[in-house]
Design a protein around this ligand. Structure first.
Ligand code: GCO
Ligand code: MN
Ligand code: MN
Length: 389
């Protein structure tokens, strides 16, 4: 059955192999679902209507696969892609799973680990590009510490920068049509991870040799774990021209990393996020980096994946409704009323402007007395979200 909430390719909904392929393992229990091959997962994604699939190098090719195994896996994967029409918009490197990365990858204290991480990433970039990826994500889950006795954070920043500069040059040298997207997370698996928020990442990117090649991949759960407003971080990245990718999911603040279905926890935050992405015309992938509850079988995994996309599309419709709602728009116009009397004071500084502004008198009490009607505006938003308008 097709309705307004049926995913279409133009919605650019993508999932990682590791998301629908998650077998439900957690720190307290083993897998609850049989693993599926990459090709099977592509078919599952095709069935639920996704546009694309993303992967870590080792989601696709196990770290110790032989060349023959690699060829066979790639053959089946490519066949599944062409049968389903799914594309690979993004790829990434697993720099966290193998024990060699227990002290990080690009920031590890052992130079052999740092060199191996660069080698592994170059190979993984080759693989991603071969399959069509235009965005390459870097999530440094192990780039952090449990004890600050172990590492100087300034050294870690410098090592990270050197690695990113090296890999940018590698992509340029190979003439790859590829951009990098850095993904921040405050903690988990390390006690503390460097560059813990999207804002930190943006500041770090400005120090690179090729900042134009590098943007961010903000994730809902990661900023909620840090207790901050995700949409504000996304807006900052967007305004800086750095929103190259986005990881959608959900998360209760102050808890372990939950990777909940998009919009399933903070519906209002999800609404303002979707509204933002749609209003500004973000054209990249809407990537769901989440997984099904551990209670589910593969039918439940499909329910989970369909749910992520459906909620996004419902919220997109609600965003359009918000923009068309006369009462809401009249209220916004009133809130933003401007009689133009202050216009001469804004914009670029001049000594004359400063003198004129210092001479201007303000009726502070009258200005402050005005009620701003944000309560009404918020309730109208809630009514709209709950289907009461
Ligand atoms: C996490 C991260 C990862 C990354 C992935 C892609 O919390 O585990 O969100 O899922 O997004 O490694 O780089
Ligand atoms: Mn995450
Ligand atoms: Mn992520």
């Amino acid at each position: 059955m097709s309705d307004n909430y049926t995913p279409q390719p133009e919605h650019k909904f993508t999932f990682g192999l590791w998301t629908v392929g998650n077998t439900g393992r957690d720190p307290f229990g083993g897998p609850v679902r049989e693993p599926k091959s990459p090709a099977e997962l592509v078919r599952l994604l095709g069935e639920v209507g996704a546009y694309g699939v993303n992967f870590h190098d080792n989601d696709l090719i196990p770290i110790d696969a032989t060349p023959t195994e690699r060829d066979q896996i790639l053959k089946e994967f490519r066949k599944a892609l062409s049968d389903t029409g799914l594309v690979v918009p993004m790829a990434t490197t697993n720099l966290f799973g193998d024990p060699v990365f227990k002290d990080g990858a690009f920031t590890a204290n052992d130079p052999k680990v740092r060199a191996y991480a660069l080698q592994k990433t170059m190979n993984a970039i080759d693989l991603g590009v071969e399959l069509g990826a235009k965005i390459y994500v870097f999530w440094g889950g192990r780039e952090g510490t449990e004890t600050d006795a172990s590492k100087n954070p300034v050294d870690a920043i410098k090592r990270n920068r050197e690695a990113m500069n090296f890999l940018c040059e590698y992509a340029l040298d190979k003439k790859y049509d590829l951009k990098f997207a850095l993904e921040a997370k405050p903690n988990e698996p390390r006690a503390d991870i460097y560059n813990p928020t999207t804002g930190h990442m943006l500041a770090f990117i400005a120090t690179l040799d090729h900042p134009e090649m590098v943007g961010v991949n903000p994730e809902v759960a990661h900023e909620h774990m840090a207790g901050i407003n995700f949409m504000h971080g996304v807006a900052q990245a967007w305004e800086a021209g750095k929103l190259f990718h986005i990881d959608l999911n959900d998360q209760y603040p102050g808890r372990y990393d939950q990777d909940l279905r998009f919009g399933s926890r903070d519906l209002k935050a999800a609404f303002f996020l979707v509204k933002f992405l749609e209003d500004v015309g973000y054209a990249g992938s809407r990537h769901f980096d989440a997984h099904a509850y551990r209670t589910e079988d593969y039918e439940g995994v499909k329910d989970f994946a369909r749910g992520c996309m459906r909620t996004y599309l419902i919220l997109k419709e609600k965003a359009a409704q918000f923009s068309a709602d006369e009462e809401i728009q009249a209220l916004l116009a009133e809130i933003n009323a401007d009689d133009g009397s202050m216009a001469t004071y804004f914009g670029k500084y001049s000594a004359e402007k400063a003198i004129a502004l210092k001479a201007q008198s303000f009726d502070r009490a009258a200005i402050a007395n005005r009620g701003l009607k944000y309560e009404r505006l918020d309730q109208l938003t809630i009514d709209l979200l709950l289907g009461a308008r």
